[in-house]
Design a protein around this ligand. Structure first.
Ligand SMILES: Cc1cc2nc3c(=O)[nH]c(=O)nc-3n(C[C@H](O)[C@H](O)[C@H](O)COP(=O)(O)OP(=O)(O)OC[C@H]3O[C@@H](n4cnc5c(N)ncnc54)[C@H](O)[C@@H]3O)c2cc1C
Length: 395
């Protein structure tokens, strides 16, 4: 078949990306090629991401692009941040990607949105420099999708605004749970279903016990841990935002988190299609490259078409956030986006793995890793069904 070669991952122009975004994407791509991809296999085996690479990201100014410049952030808008997360998520080491994105787009935004100037001055410079790694602990053994069902409690030990808080309970599936220096913990502070508050808990706080890193199907370089709070005392000034307003904060932060997860899904689709095109052009079967089979090339083309459409929707959602559109309808869009991309990435990686034949089932091949890593994108940060309900109740 006489088809002129066409770069796929590099043909990423869209109406939202500026030349500055392209420069940022190139910077991230160079960082991945130099500091991440050569080590991905080892990190996956060891189940860890070294602190050193996170510090290097910080030194390069790539941790906390969206945070205030006076604390070392980049002061960037949601579109610039998306250009960063999508470029980072092109890595074949999703365990590394999620380690970074939990820090920048899921945990630290709690401090960015609700922290006082004193709290930001204390923690934000370390966060943007990669010296203070963050985690966010909401999920518990008895409550995941149903955030308001969480049972971890925080009570004041004494009266008055300076009385410390004492936290009791446990958290499950916490990304960066082992690595984190600072964890934003959601705990129940009152009798109402939504009486939840957020606390900043530092590594080594007496009463905080970090459990084992859990073994997982994918994201193996990322640590996912259990946390136990047993009479864990935190100073009064570690309460983030207003008392009982944590449920709202979690819902607000979910929008940033879900755009980051959707960018992982879209970037994974694009990598999978790129790898598959290389494979079906090179692999000979029945006397010709696989791509010569009409069924094969049409299948890849349809996966590509769906991915391109999802990518436009992803940028549209980030543009709406950047433009400050009405929160209710943005939540609907972001929920639909998360549902769409979480399912799409599973279909795309499955289809692409199929086209790799037996080789796609071999541990350690790039397509096998992409397929394993994709699975959780339809579960974590809001399962598909929950996302569809979030969107549907706003019709
Ligand atoms: C690798 C990994 C990393 C994670 N990192 C973090 C983290 O850093 N911090 C954190 O707090 N949490 C984290 N999580 C937790 C994650 O967000 C939850 O697993 C997710 O929200 C689903 O909650 P659950 O596992 O309790 O499933 P459940 O709430 O028990 O739901 C199980 C399934 O039931 C279905 N379901 C649930 N509700 C509905 C509904 N209303 N309608 C129809 N179907 C429904 C869905 O298919 C869902 O997948 C992580 C999870 C994983 C696997």
């Amino acid at each position: 078949m006489d088809v002129p070669p066409r770069p796929l991952m590099s043909s990423c122009a869209n109406a939202y990306l500026t030349p500055e975004h392209e420069l940022l994407r190139e910077q991230v791509a160079r960082f991945l090629a130099r500091e991440v991809e050569p080590h991905a296999e080892a990190w996956e085996r060891e189940g860890r991401v070294p602190r050193e690479v996170l510090r290097k990201l910080g030194e390069a100014g790539l941790l906390g692009l969206a945070f205030e410049p006076q604390y070392g952030g980049g002061g960037a808008d949601a579109l610039t941040n998306l250009a960063f997360t999508e470029a980072l998520a092109a890595s074949l080491c999703a365990g590394f990607v999620i380690t970074v994105l939990v820090h920048t787009d899921m945990a630290a935004p709690h401090l960015h949105h609700a922290g006082t100037p004193e709290q930001k001055a204390r923690w934000m410079p370390g966060i943007t420099a990669g010296r203070t790694i963050t985690a966010v602990a909401i999920t518990e053994p008895g409550a995941g999708s149903d955030v308001a069902g969480l049972a971890t409690r925080a009570r004041r030990d004494g009266s008055g605004p300076d009385a410390p808080w004492v936290i009791d309970g446990s958290k499950l599936f916490i990304t960066n749970g082992v690595l984190a220096d600072l964890t934003f913990v959601a705990a129940r502070t009152g009798p109402g279903r939504h009486d939840i508050s957020i606390f900043a808990v530092e590594r080594g706080t007496p009463g905080l016990r970090v459990g084992r890193a859990l073994e997982k199907t994918g994201w193996r370089a990322s640590d996912t841990a259990e946390l136990f709070f047993e009479g864990c005392r935190v100073p009064a000034h570690h309460l983030l935002g207003e008392e009982h307003r944590g449920f709202r904060a979690v819902m607000k932060n979910f929008q940033t988190e879900r755009i980051a997860l959707a960018s992982m899904a879209v970037a994974t689709c694009r990598r999978a299609i790129e790898l598959t095109l290389e494979h079906v052009k090179a692999r000979q079967a029945f006397g010709a490259p696989l791509l010569d089979k009409q069924a094969v090339r049409q299948k890849v083309a349809m996966l590509d078409a769906r991915t391109r459409a999802a990518r436009q929707y992803l940028y549209h959602c980030a543009w709406r956030v950047a433009a400050g559109h009405d929160a209710t309808s943005v939540v609907q869009d972001v929920s639909l986006l998360k549902a769409l991309t979480g399912e799409l990435v599973n279909e795309v990686t499955y289809g692409c793995q199929q086209l790799h034949g037996g080789m796609g089932f071999m541990t350690g091949t790039p397509i096998e890793r992409l397929w394993r890593d994709a699975r959780v994108l339809a579960i974590g940060g809001g399962a598909t069904e929950v996302m569809l309900d979030e969107a549907a109740k706003r019709y």
